[in-house]
Design a protein around this ligand. Structure first.
Ligand code: AP5
Ligand code: MG
Length: 186
């Protein structure tokens, strides 16, 4: 069962495709955005803090995110494989993940970049209308993506595990491309 990072700009379809990939490969879909939104709905102290950060389109601190991922990857269902969606998105998170996986004796199979241009993702997010899909928060998220997350693509390319899939087309078309690419490389 594969251990995959699903990378790509906000709105590129990571969450949409991970639902299908998770079912196909029988591995858990671990979305840090979904985990944070659950904390927000639960109304915990942490959830209240996270809600403010998310509404502004800013990033939750790296140490907090690493703690969440450490706990989640320790669960039995993530032992054989997983899909990480929305994590890592900074170099500190990528360092932390590498260290964590190393200590568990596990390695990533592939980092899959779902490629969709900025203009297209902005349209998709404005149509979706999640709490953080305001023009201002979208702009901030995309700026942070270019600054902090896009450089990770180079890192995984250097490690020889990066593949890029065109994310424009119907959901079915993109899914078919993802399966073909993942199966060809794992
Ligand atoms: P997160 O939940 O990860 O949101 P995001 O980064 O803004 O990414 P999206 O979920 O918007 O993109 P997606 O690629 O999943 O697209 P989707 O499938 O929904 O994070 C939210 C916030 O949490 C962050 O801003 C941050 O504050 C915090 N956070 C999370 N992780 C963190 C971390 N590691 N460190 C620090 N902070 C963190 O698709 C988008 C839309 O397009 C949908 O409406 C969908 O139906 C539609 N769509 C999908 N595919 C297609 C297609 N092929 N054609 C047309 N429409 C499509
Ligand atoms: Mg998502």
């Amino acid at each position: 069962m594969p251990r995959l990072l699903i990378l790509g700009r906000q709105g590129s379809g990571k969450g949409t495709q991970c639902v299908r990939l998770s079912e196909h490969y029988g591995v858990p879909h671990i979305s840090t955005g979904d985990i944070l939104r659950e904390a927000v709905s639960a109304g915990t102290d942490f959830g209240l803090k996270a809600a403010k950060i998310m509404e502004a389109g800013d990033l939750v601190p790296d140490d907090v995110m690493l703690g969440i991922i450490r706990d989640r990857l320790a669960e039995p269902d993530a032992r054989a494989g997983f899909l990480l969606d929305g994590f890592p998105r900074t170099s500190a998170q990528a360092d932390g993940l590498a260290e964590l996986l190393g200590s568990l004796g596990r390695a990533l199979d592939l980092a899959v970049n779902i490629d969709v241009d900025t203009e297209v993702v902005v349209e998709r997010m404005l149509a979706r209308g999640r709490a953080d899909d305001t023009e201002e928060a979208i702009r901030q998220r995309l700026n942070l993506y270019e600054e902090q997350t896009a450089p990770l693509l180079e890192r995984y390319r250097d490690e020889g595990i990066l593949v890029t899939v065109d994310g424009v087309g119907t959901e079915e078309e993109v899914f078919a491309r993802l399966l073909a690419t993942v199966d060809a490389h794992t």
